[in-house]
Unconditional design. Structure first.
Lengths: 144, 664
């Protein structure tokens, strides 16, 4: 029997000004993190609609991370505060629905923190991988 | 259905080294809507762009996906190329295959798989892209420079020389900054005041420059071309328009107990003071913490002696509002507080001073009129020890210091050592260093002169401890090259303290929404190619607020910054970002949720007529977005409960399509 190593699917929403640039910084400094992480660029972390996260889990994502500027440093002055409050609410609801807290995360990563980006993603990947595949919310009809 | 072209860049071997670019192009060619897919060595090059333009023409492409470096690098390049062929710029999407794939992954198979997925996500997004038209906004032809040190002065002068108005906001009573406090400057040893003060006067006299000294930035609103700033003009209790700067009040003030900041606290000044003789504007300022009249209502001598009647004890802070097209941060630096390094005795032993304090002790206009005397007993020191890298180049375990090299200390210490040896040949000078760093024109020659001609003792090794030993200081140090411990009895110890960004930089950075690094230096838009711009459009960086610099570097960066500002101010109109929010009036229920979260006040509500059933007319309250004010953060799109608000270029459907493609 062939044993394939389990690889989680991870969606990372990164704000254009801090965390996406931080991810670029991680690239420039050749600081690797698992290839399971796929980044979606959004202008601000507050652009992330809870709907996107539900959709990701519905389509079989095993973890979702949202990365934005540090509190107080938002390019749009207050966007990340909205993110913080919205996601606190959403994550507790997801927890209730059976999607463990560890599968969802909000992180503040600045444009200068390439090292933090790579460290956070590596760590998040390991946490999600340890939890195993996400079955809750996944809509099997989406899988062909 | 879109007709999509896919262009995968090798970036030399940067991408092709880890990603099988041919396999990516081949895999993506089978995606729905893709009519053309290719790879090329350098997509961003002239011939690469040509290849893209030909494909657009030949295959009548309506959408483009480029698999290349970060969109932060070349998105604009590819958008321009598409536009040149008549395709709307916003029909181009980038899959970041370099920073997010090839540079971080080593396994070819895994990296190629990830590249294909990212390519698919970009294709899914392009399917839903719509052509966007960028609007235009006017430009206020005036610049704001925050900070009136040499960086701010030079930037302001250069902008003003190009014919644009400039305001300088300086928090202290005079412009001049740190350079005004310096004695001589390396590597030419010309006096700082002789080269700085004429520039200060130039700035003051320039018809295009307005100096708001003793003022602070209170708030900033707006965006490139259209900033609105509130400036707090702190109460000087002296009418700037009447004061002639004669200085009689400063002489007659009976309260001579305020520490003189300009002389690093070595002497006292009056409660009413002019920081130094060449101050610009040359206007007296009353220090409310010390003034007897302001504190107890008794005294009033300055008011009596002032011939111009400029003293005004009732003066209040005033807030003025000005409009600007561009803003320059030139907030400068401060030495760190050497007290955190208790082992060097700073703060406990009076004869342990910092380098900036030594500048004042050696300055002809300083507290000792330029004669080098120990602060404790005003005696001439015969042995002087310099300690380098105090707080610079610290490892992670040392939380007191900074991880970076402060860059200027090696050179100014060589200067100090040389000046002391020249003025007082009977003095022994020791310099303890980790490395001597002297890159710069004529810098190494300068340092060698200190060693060879002036006989300064350079010793590789760090000082461990400085203790008071009677009238002298006992310096315990190691000589790494000789491998021995040294004990030196010194009369004066000078600490080359690290420099750090001014404490106000962080709050100003927040006001400007300009990003900063972990050390509170402003981040530049690109470390090599855009070193004087902040990633935030319309915010520019001048001087040490961006990173440690000496004077020649600061001045050249300040001029470079001015050139960039002039580039903005010279335009009559700027193209706006078309990726803004817009509301679907038919879905909007007028709840005001979006209006409440908008940080820019871009959303307003209007009553609109709609056609109702049976030929009736309904009046409904609906949101409308001002595209010139909206910055496109998308906060409103999530707040909207009815899904009426969406963000162009990042629509719900587009992002959802990306999520689907990634999770497939």
């Amino acid at each position: 029997m062939q044993v394939t190593e389990y690889k989680p699917k991870i969606v990372a929403f990164c704000c254009n000004w801090c965390s996406y640039a931080g991810a670029d910084g991680a690239g420039s400094a050749r600081l690797s993190y698992p290839e399971e992480v796929k980044i979606i660029r959004v202008p601000c972390s507050c652009r992330v609609n809870p709907m996107f996260i539900l959709r990701a889990f519905q389509r079989g994502a095993d973890g979702v991370i949202i990365a934005g500027c540090h509190p107080g440093d938002c390019h749009y002055t207050s966007g990340n505060y909205f993110t913080r409050r919205r996601m606190a609410l959403l994550f507790s609801m997801l927890d209730y629905l059976g999607i463990e807290r560890e599968r969802t995360r909000v992180e503040w990563i600045s444009a200068a923190e390439g090292a933090k980006f790579s460290k956070t993603m590596t760590e998040f990947c390991a946490t999600v991988a340890a939890l195993g595949e996400n079955k809750r919310l996944e809509d099997l009809r989406c899988k062909k | 259905m879109q007709r999509i072209g896919v262009f995968i860049c090798h970036c030399g071997t940067n991408i092709a080294g880890t990603v099988d670019v041919k396999a990516v192009a081949e895999a993506l060619s089978h995606e729905a809507g893709v009519v053309f897919s290719t790879d090329y060595q350098y997509m961003c090059s002239e011939s690469g762009q040509q290849l893209m333009r030909e494909a657009i023409r030949e295959h009548r492409l309506t959408g483009i996906v480029v698999g290349s470096c970060s969109p932060r690098m070349h998105e604009a390049t590819f958008r321009k190329a598409a536009a040149a062929e008549g395709l709307n710029s916003y029909m181009v999407e980038i899959a970041n295959l370099r920073e997010h794939v090839s540079w971080i992954h080593k396994d070819m198979k895994e990296a190629t798989e990830k590249a294909i997925i990212l390519g698919r996500a970009a294709i899914a997004k392009v399917h839903l892209n719509a052509p966007l038209q960028a609007g235009e906004s006017p430009v206020t032809k005036r610049a704001l420079v925050i900070g009136g040190g040499i960086a701010g002065i030079q930037t302001a002068l250069d902008i003003a020389e190009a014919g644009f108005e400039v305001d300088i906001v300086e928090k202290s009573p005079t412009i001049g900054g740190k350079m005004a406090q310096l004695d001589k400057t390396f590597p030419t040893l010309d006096c700082a005041a002789c080269i700085l003060t004429p520039k200060m006067v130039d700035a003051a006299q320039h018809e295009k420059i307005t100096i708001y000294a003793y003022s602070e930035l209170e708030a900033v609103k707006g965006y490139i071309g259209n900033f609105k700033a509130q400036i707090r003009r702190k109460a000087r209790f002296v009418d700037e328009t009447k004061c002639t700067g004669c200085g009689i009040c400063t002489e007659k003030c009976p309260m001579k107990k305020a520490p003189n900041e300009f002389n690093m606290g070595f002497d006292k000044r009056g409660a009413v003071y002019i920081p130094f003789a060449q101050a610009v504007p040359k206007v007296a300022t009353i220090d409310a913490d010390y003034c007897l009249m302001l504190k107890n209502g008794k005294c009033g001598i300055c008011s009596k002696v002032c011939g111009a009647g400029a003293i005004d004890y009732k003066q209040q802070d005033e807030i003025i509002e000005r409009e600007y097209g561009a803003i320059v941060a030139a907030t400068g630096f401060n030495p760190i507080d050497a007290k955190v390094y208790g082992e060097y005795g700073y703060g406990t032993c009076p004869d342990v001073v910092t380098s900036l304090e030594l500048e004042r002790l050696m300055n002809a206009a300083g507290p000792t009129n330029g004669t080098l005397l120990r602060p404790s007993d005003k005696e001439h020191p015969h042995t002087v020890v310099f300690v380098q890298c105090v707080g610079s180049r610290c490892t992670e375990t040392d939380e007191r210091g900074k991880p970076y090299c402060s860059k200027i200390c090696c050179m100014y210490t060589a200067k100090h050592a040389m000046l002391i040896r020249e003025k007082y040949p009977d003095t022994d000078v020791y310099v303890f260093y980790i490395d001597v760093r002297t890159p710069g024109k004529n810098f190494d020659e300068f340092y060698r002169r200190a060693v060879e001609q002036y006989g300064v003792h350079y010793i590789k090794g760090m000082v461990g401890k400085v203790t008071q030993n009677g009238k002298q200081l006992r310096v315990q140090a190691s000589d790494l090259l000789a491998g021995e411990q040294l004990h030196i009895n010194a009369d004066l110890v000078v600490l080359a303290t690290a420099i750090e960004p001014d404490k106000t930089a962080r709050s100003i950075g927040t006001m400007l929404t300009a990003s900063m690094d972990t050390n509170d230096f402003f981040t530049e838009a690109h470390p090599k190619l855009r070193p004087v711009e902040s990633p935030t459009a319309g915010i520019f960086l001048s001087g040490v607020c961006q990173g440690p610099k000496d004077i020649p570097e600061t001045v050249s960066q300040a001029s470079a910054c001015a050139a960039k500002v002039i580039g903005v101010l010279a335009k009559d109109k700027l193209t706006c970002n078309p990726c803004v929010a817009s509301s679907d009036e038919l879905l909007c229920n007028g709840c005001s949720s979006c209006e409440k979260v908008c940080p820019y006040g871009a959303i307003t509500y209007t009553d609109k007529e709609f056609r109702g059933p049976n030929r009736t007319t309904l009046i409904r309250r609906v949101a409308s977005v001002n595209p010139a004010v909206c910055q496109g953060c998308g906060a409103c799109t999530v707040a909207c409960p009815s899904g009426a608000m969406d963000l162009k270029g990042f629509t719900n459907k587009q992002i959802m399509a990306e999520v689907d493609a990634i999770c497939k």
